[in-house]
Design a protein around this ligand. Structure first.
Ligand code: GA4
Length: 328
């Protein structure tokens, strides 16, 4: 008889925590960044969903389109040329395999360090100066927006000083990265559920926040508080912002690190570009004193970003990574 060990059962239950999808969701919070009330709306969205859509973000369409076209051009190359920019370590080109621990998705991607885009992609960028320049231009624009969003969050939560969050991602030594994803169309469905195949399995992002832009193909789903999976209506002219694990810890659980995943589309390719804003490796991640109420205890033990990243790379996508840092 095969006896399932406790960790195996835990892993299984963590995969089953969310109920099946309930179709296109009209309730995603939308924040107009030019609205004087933006900080309150952002704060409410991060408390309730850990996720919101940002319009009027100020990032030039040309900057977005330039990188997207080059990404599409790259993903259209013969397989052998793409493979030359891989395998991911974690940076570089990856195909179907996600992370080092056996996760698989219907996806190919380029994972780049935000300040050293050539890291891991070998000689790939040597012959593609325009690609590298487009990455740098995009990262600079998205990073500036990220800084402004983090300042709005700090304002909304009454965190002092106002740059307590944004300073973490500002420096050249911040451990941020850019992911260019291509989900080819996939007519197959999952045998038992009849659902579209998984492009990127359910997970939370380890970083502070993630800033996602995709083309107009559906696929992204988030898990609501009650455990329901809902599909996010795509919008190529907007950005979607996710709260990550590090921000959940720094806000002592006020902001939720949102569980999300991507399902494939039967007929259309999905292309997404995600900036993951992380702190420098030695940064201590702990609940910020100014968010806490008198007498409030921090819910997590303190750790450095390097420690969290190391443990993340030992985990599977669906694992609850913050679990081992929760105070008992
Ligand atoms: C999820 C968020 C980002 O895409 C990422 C991913 C990383 C990777 O693909 O290399 C991880 C994943 C992500 C979390 C757990 C580990 C690490 C794959 C994996 C199984 C770049 C990140 O920082 O964490």
């Amino acid at each position: 008889m095969v006896v399932l060990s406790r960790p195996a059962l835990d892993h299984f239950s963590s995969i089953k925590t969310c109920k099946p999808t309930a179709g296109l969701f009209a309730g995603i919070p939308v924040v107009d960044f030019a609205d004087p009330n933006a900080k309150a709306l952002i704060t409410r969205a991060c408390q309730e969903f850990g996720f919101f859509k940002m319009v009027n973000h100020g990032i030039p369409l040309a900057t977005i389109n330039r990188l997207e076209s080059l990404a599409i051009e790259f993903f259209s190359l013969p397989q052998s040329q793409k493979d030359a920019a891989g395998p991911p370590d974690p940076f570089g080109y990856g195909n179907k395999r996600i992370g080092p621990n056996g996760d698989i998705g219907w996806i190919e991607y380029l994972l780049l360090h935000s300040h050293k885009p050539a890291a891991g992609a070998g000689a790939f960028f040597d012959s593609r100066r325009n690609f590298r320049a487009a990455v740098e231009e995009y990262v600079a624009a998205v990073k500036a927006m990220t800084v402004a969003v983090l300042e709005a969050m700090a304002d909304g939560l009454g965190i002092e000083p106002r740059n307590a969050l944004s300073r973490l991602v500002r420096g050249e030594d911040s451990d941020s990265c850019l992911r260019l994803n291509h989900y080819p169309p996939c007519p197959e469905v999952q045998p038992l559920t009849g659902q579209n195949l998984i492009g990127f399995g359910e997970h939370t992002d380890p970083q502070i926040i993630s800033v996602l832009r995709s083309n107009n193909t559906t696929g992204l789903q988030i898990c609501l508080r009650d455990g329901t999976w809902v599909s996010v209506p795509p919008d190529h002219s907007s950005f979607f912002i996710n709260v990550g694990d590090a921000l959940q810890v720094m806000t002592n659980g006020r902001f939720r690190s949102v569980k999300h995943r991507v399902l494939t589309d039967p007929t259309k390719s999905r292309v997404s570009m995600i900036y993951f804003a992380g702190p420098r490796m030695s940064e201590r991640i702990a609940a910020l004193g100014s968010v806490m109420e008198a007498g409030e205890e921090s819910r997590y033990v303190e750790f450095t970003w390097a420690e969290y990243k190391k443990s993340a790379y030992k985990s599977r996508l669906a694992d609850y990574r913050l679990g081992q840092f929760e105070k008992k």
